[in-house]
Design a protein around this ligand. Structure first.
Ligand code: RIB
Length: 294
């Protein structure tokens, strides 16, 4: 069983600020750093660091060499990644004193996927293989339809939530990994229990992992319901904490661990990421997660 992550690759320009810039305001940042990021790349790195064998597909521009290098150093298989003329996707990220962030995306090469390229990649995957998706690439609905036809199990992190998701057939999704904001956007419900219930009613085929920020995470499928608190740490930068959670949860699940163990491992890994700066560089190795006494 192989894992293919068809996802975004971004250069993250991180501006440290006293507070998030407000409309009409001009604000000096105190520090600028460039990190590897993108929800797709972060989740592939988290999967690989957790010990999973992961293939990443997606597009970078001519300025994206550092992203390829970061994936390779983490042990991700990168031969499906295509380099196109033009710019790599990027994110302009403000991080404030409390470690919270605001993210502005420029899609760049992430939004230049073609049906031809999608077909080429999916040719190597089939029945029982796992496909992980987020919503930062174009033609998401095409990837879902074609992967489903091939018998792949599709895991969707519907983040960031936008109108493109309306074209996607959620009845083809095996598992949703989402936060409570996305949960509300999909179901119209506010409370975690109501979100889980509504997702189960709408998409009964799908397992659901719902992350709740400081309130931890919960899981529901037709036979198991589970709740996981967070491991509290001092917040440095929350960027990629959710991606770390996603990668670790899926890696543990593919090892056949119980849901409660998957949630616990993912939660520990995410708490380590929250205590570090940057997106991909904040993602811990499996040994660090296991050794962490939280
Ligand atoms: O989830 C965090 C990521 O979202 C950042 O790395 C940024 O690139 C955006 O895609």
């Amino acid at each position: 069983m192989k894992i293919l992550n068809f996802g975004s690759l971004n250069l993250d320009y991180v501006y440290h600020v006293e507070h998030m810039v407000t409309p009409g305001e001009t604000l000096a940042s105190t520090r600028l750093e460039t990190f590897c990021g993108g929800k797709g790349l972060n989740q592939s790195i988290a999967l690989a660091k957790a010990g999973a064998e992961v293939y990443h597909a997606g597009c970078i521009g001519e300025d994206g060499a550092m992203l390829l290098q970061a994936l390779e150093e983490a042990g991700v298989e990168t031969s499906y990644i295509k380099t196109l003329p033009g710019k790599t996707g990027h994110a302009i990220i403000q991080v404030d004193k409390s470690g919270q962030n605001c993210i502005l995306l420029y899609g760049g090469a992430n939004r230049l996927l073609t049906e031809h390229y999608i077909n080429q990649v999916l040719e190597s995957f089939g029945e029982g293989d796992v496909l992980l998706l987020q919503n930062e690439v174009n033609l998401l609905h095409v990837i879902i339809d074609k992967a489903y036809e091939r018998g792949m199990k599709i895991i969707l992190n519907p983040s960031p939530f936008d109108d493109n998701l309306k074209f996607c057939d959620f009845s083809k999704i095996s598992m949703f990994l989402l936060n409570e904001v996305e949960g509300e956007q999909i179901t119209g419900k506010k409370e975690p229990a109501a979100i889980l219930q509504e997702l189960a009613r709408l998409y009964s085929q799908a397992k659901v992992v719902l992350t709740l920020g400081g309130d931890g995470a919960c899981y529901r499928d037709e036979s198991v319901e589970c709740r996981q608190p967070i491991y509290p740490v001092e917040v440095v930068d929350t960027t990629a904490a959710g991606d770390t959670f996603t990668g670790y949860f899926i890696a543990a699940m593919m090892e056949g661990k119980r849901v409660s163990e998957c949630l616990d491992l993912a939660s520990k890994a995410a708490s380590i990421a929250v205590g570090r700066e940057g997106a991909a560089p904040s993602i811990p190795l499996r040994d660090e997660v296991s050794a962490q006494l939280l």
